[in-house]
Write a protein that binds this ligand. Structure first.
Ligand code: ADP
Ligand code: ADP
Length: 232
């Protein structure tokens, strides 16, 4: 359902052209939890920014459910970005909005009616286990709870894909495990495709069905998690 074909991305630097993505080909299936792993500098952030349409690749294509996402106009891009829900390492939630109003934000921007927003946000807060904290401000909740807000917000506009960029990297191991359980639960309940970008192998081992290993801007291995991380 996400088909990345012959993707290339270079940056111009004072020292010349730098190939952040040399060539990436990947097929991510509908409903799977797919991990993208690799050391710092491998090109993970660049790939994320190409998938969420914030960077334009130099060449190649990204197709989401049959719709080509590369080579679109700004207006088309804005519409397509809604199909991808982003979860960030730093949560990126707004300190002056309550939990409820943080989750409501993308729906407000999309022009959804107030009553519809209310029922949709209630449903999302229930899904991530935060109904009892809906009136709290970010400063009054824990890191794990902030990430639950981030996940609920990412799901608000019913995206086709949840793209998680180091979502658990700022959390302690126990909170990480809880967030991963939540993502697995959401994947089972809604069937949403989840792409997890991480440098933490434990994250991939815990929930990813398949994994691609990036190094120096290219995929060096791809396969079922159990095959990639075969125990000796
Ligand atoms: P990762 O997320 O795996 O750490 P990145 O995609 O951030 O990798 O970076 C891949 C390579 O591209 C790194 O060597 C990085 O320094 C370089 N890079 C990333 N963004 C830029 C940019 N805007 N300009 C120049 N080089 C960049
Ligand atoms: P991360 O580890 O999450 O990738 P970075 O600090 O590597 O964070 O990158 C943060 C931002 O800076 C990214 O948007 C990336 O594209 C950009 N960036 C990374 N490396 C470079 C670079 N060498 N020159 C310019 N921008 C860069």
């Amino acid at each position: 359902m996400i088909h990345i074909k012959d993707l290339r991305k270079t940056y111009k630097t004072p020292k010349g052209i730098f190939e952040a993505i040399k060539k990436i080909d990947l097929k991510i299936e509908q409903g799977e939890i797919f991990g993208i792993i690799g050391p710092s500098g491998a090109g993970k952030s660049t790939l994320v920014q190409c998938i969420n349409l914030l960077e334009k690749p130099d060449s190649g294509s990204i197709t989401l459910n049959g719709q080509v996402l590369t080579g679109l106009s700004e207006i088309e891009l804005r519409a397509q970005r809604r199909r991808i829900g982003m979860v960030f390492q730093s949560f990126n939630i707004l300190s002056r909005r309550t939990v409820f109003n943080n989750v409501a934000l993308p729906l407000e921007i999309a022009g959804v009616k107030k009553e519809v927003i209310k029922s949709r946000v209630d449903e999302l807060l229930n899904l991530v286990g935060l109904s009892h904290l809906s009136d709290r401000y970010p400063a009054q909740i824990s890191g794990g709870q902030k990430q639950r807000v981030g996940i609920a917000r990412a799901l608000a506009c019913q995206p086709d894909v949840l793209l998680s960029d180091e979502a658990t990297s700022a959390l302690d191991p126990e909170t990480t495990a809880n967030i991963l359980d939540l993502l697995r639960d959401i994947n089972r309940k809604t069937g949403i495709t989840i792409v997890m970008i991480t440098h933490q192998m434990e994250v991939v081992k815990q929930i990813c069905d398949r994994v691609a290993v990036l190094s120096h801007g290219a995929v060096v291995e791809v396969g079922a998690t159990a095959d990639i991380f075969a125990n000796p």
